[in-house]
Design a protein around this ligand. Structure first.
Ligand SMILES: [Zn+2]
Ligand SMILES: [Zn+2]
Length: 354
């Protein structure tokens, strides 16, 4: 592939990908750093924008660089940067909040209405040679962590935020719906938080086998019956008494959401992470009469990246086991095809060759 200034992997329109030579980003603030991107994980959202051009209100209206799960090396620092130096190995938190609104000021900056998030239209992503970020959104990797592991901090932070939203406690039981990367990482984080029963649910037996080898203490394959029937069987098979303490949905599927509400005991906690259809049928009477706690979870906020790095560095969460393939930058499109076809768990794309 020919040498370029800032080779980028661009979504031109629905199902149209191309490589493009773009200008190297300029530092916009004395606290900015320029990062040479080393590894980027492909996320379901990248694949979704490629196939549908839209997620909820976010619509691809002009060409956009994809990717937001990246690690890299600091290439250049602004005049006021004090926490990083050129050559540092870092993981990138790819969303820049406004820092001035109420949400930002109380530490829930993931809810900032002015968030500029990589590869969420109209903002360009990190699948490029270079990417600009403020220093406080670049986290230095401990020596024990590889740059490949660094690319997994983003999805792991999503899982950390979900498990924190649930307030998972020692000795508890949790059912996680969806055994894709985020669901699997939720299983691992819940276990690190002390959950003793961690049940992974998916409709693909292959994924359940992986979940079992990874961090799930048991798995459940839903049958063709109703959500209530599946919830009853899930409870019985796993000796959950009158229900699980926590449910995290990382699938977005209506059947999972319904089963999740029914599998909780009265007073249990349900957290929604998966995004499927915008509206679903919902068993609201069960939620009401069981006095369930129901919460949403969106990306990550204060402290989530730091905890994700600690969990990885201490190997309490062995996220690197999810990496099934690392492809060259020029093979990025093939990697996207593989994710779409469900081949592998987490595929990384290496940064453009020097
Ligand atoms: Zn992602
Ligand atoms: Zn804000």
């Amino acid at each position: 592939m020919k040498r370029t200034e800032n080779l980028s992997f661009v979504l031109e329109g629905v199902q149209k990908l191309k490589f493009e030579d773009r200008p190297v980003p300029q530092l916009q603030d004395p606290h900015d750093v320029l990062v040479r991107v080393k590894f980027t994980g492909i996320c379901g959202s990248d694949v979704h924008y490629w196939n549908c051009g839209q997620i909820g209100p976010f619509k691809v209206e002009k060409p956009m660089v994809l990717g937001h799960e990246s690690s890299g090396i600091v290439e250049q620092i602004g005049s006021k940067v004090t926490t990083l130096k050129v050559g540092d190995r870092i993981t990138m938190e790819p969303g820049e909040p406004c820092r001035r609104c109420d949400a930002c000021k109380i530490g829930t900056y993931n809810l900032c209405p002015a968030m500029a998030f990589a590869a969420t239209p109209p903002y360009d992503g990190t699948l490029a040679q270079y990417y600009r970020l403020p220093e406080d959104l670049c986290y230095q990797l401990p020596d024990s962590m590889s740059l490949e592991q660094g690319a997994l901090v983003e999805p792991l932070s999503v899982a950390v935020h979900l498990v924190r939203q649930a307030n998972v406690s020692p000795g508890s039981s949790i059912v996680v719906f969806g055994a894709g990367p985020v669901g699997l990482l939720c299983c691992a984080v819940a276990k690190a938080f002390g959950a003793t029963k961690v049940i992974a649910v998916d409709i693909q037996p292959g994924r359940l086998e992986f979940a079992k080898r990874f961090e799930a203490t048991s798995t459940f394959l839903p049958g063709s019956g109703s959500a209530l029937e599946n919830a009853t069987r899930l409870r019985t098979e796993n000796d959950l008494g009158n229900g699980a303490d926590f449910v995290i949905d990382a699938s977005g599927a209506e059947a999972s959401i319904n089963t999740g509400i029914h599998v909780l005991h009265p007073g249990g906690t349900y957290v929604q992470g998966g995004m499927g259809r915008d509206e679903v049928n919902f068993p609201i009477t069960a939620a009401c009469t069981k006095e369930l706690v129901i919460k949403g979870s969106f990306r990550y906020s204060s402290g989530d990246y730091k905890l994700a790095i600690q969990l990885l560095a201490s190997q309490q969460v062995k996220a690197q086991e999810l990496i099934t393939e690392i492809v060259k930058f020029e093979d990025a499109e093939r990697a996207f095809q593989n994710v779409k076809a469900g081949r592998g768990i987490k595929i990384l794309i290496a940064g453009p060759e020097e």
